[in-house]
Ligand binder design. Structure first.
Ligand code: G3P
Length: 223
């Protein structure tokens, strides 16, 4: 199960990638625009933090087939380990098929149904990214949709990985992990919520208090 960070903020990536074993960073135009930086510079700076071995998923802005091909080819040349995110519009699906033939790594994105995910996988996408919380926001079943997609991909032995995105709480993440999701991309606040628990902090404080009551300030290395 891959854990990916859904942020373009360098401080957040630096902090979390130091603590956690992360399998990549995903961005999209909204995430990049928040940083108010040049796109190419930002991708390079993210790469310097996470290292060459860890992938970045970066998205095209173009909407026509021809422009998507051109932009995706440009993005794929930015670094060795990069997946080009392409929304699953008609032009997007067509471009995915073509770019796959050229050996470009693809993450199909803005997926809202299991059908769209299946079609993108069939077109050759390496990852398919369904949006969990945006479905929940319209009273649809985000987790259920992703579960269906996982089942379809696994049932037919497709090599595509489901990369669930758009999370607003840790329960959505846990439900999909239990269902065997291949990867999740989580924003900073969700990653923090997965890491933290007040009882962990309370327990550590109590251990120290109890130790110091008998041995005074110090650690095991001091005898
Ligand atoms: O990568 C796609 C994801 O960032 C969308 O998340 O929170 O904007 O719905 P959100």
């Amino acid at each position: 199960m891959q854990l990916i960070l859904d942020t373009g903020n360098l401080k957040e990536i630096q902090e979390l990638s130091t603590i956690l074993d992360i399998d990549g960073v995903t961005t999209n135009p909204t995430i990049v625009a928040k940083e108010k930086k040049n796109f190419v510079d930002l991708i390079k700076e993210i790469g310097e933090i996470i290292g060459d071995e860890t992938p970045i998923h970066a998205q095209v802005i173009s909407t026509s087939y021809e422009d998507i091909i051109e932009e995706a080819t440009f993005i794929s040349g930015l670094r060795e380990n990069i997946y080009v995110k392409i929304p699953v519009t008609h032009d997007g699906l067509r471009a995915i098929k073509e770019l796959k033939n050229k050996g470009i790594k693809i993450t199909a994105t803005a997926i809202f149904t299991a059908h769209q995910g299946f079609l993108a996988a069939k077109a050759g996408a390496d990852y398919v990214a369904p949006y969990v919380n945006r479905l929940d926001n319209i009273s649809a079943d985000g987790v259920g949709t992703v579960k269906d997609l996982i089942q379809i991909i696994d049932r037919y032995g497709l090599s595509t990985k489901v990369l669930a995105a758009s999370f607003k709480n840790t329960q959505q993440v846990i439900e999909l992990m239990k269902a065997g999701v291949h990867s999740v991309t989580v924003p900073y606040d969700i990653a923090k919520a997965m890491m933290d628990h007040p009882l962990t902090d309370w327990s550590v404080d109590k251990f120290i208090q109890d130790w110091e009551a008998v041995y005074g300030v110090g650690t095991n290395t001091k005898g």
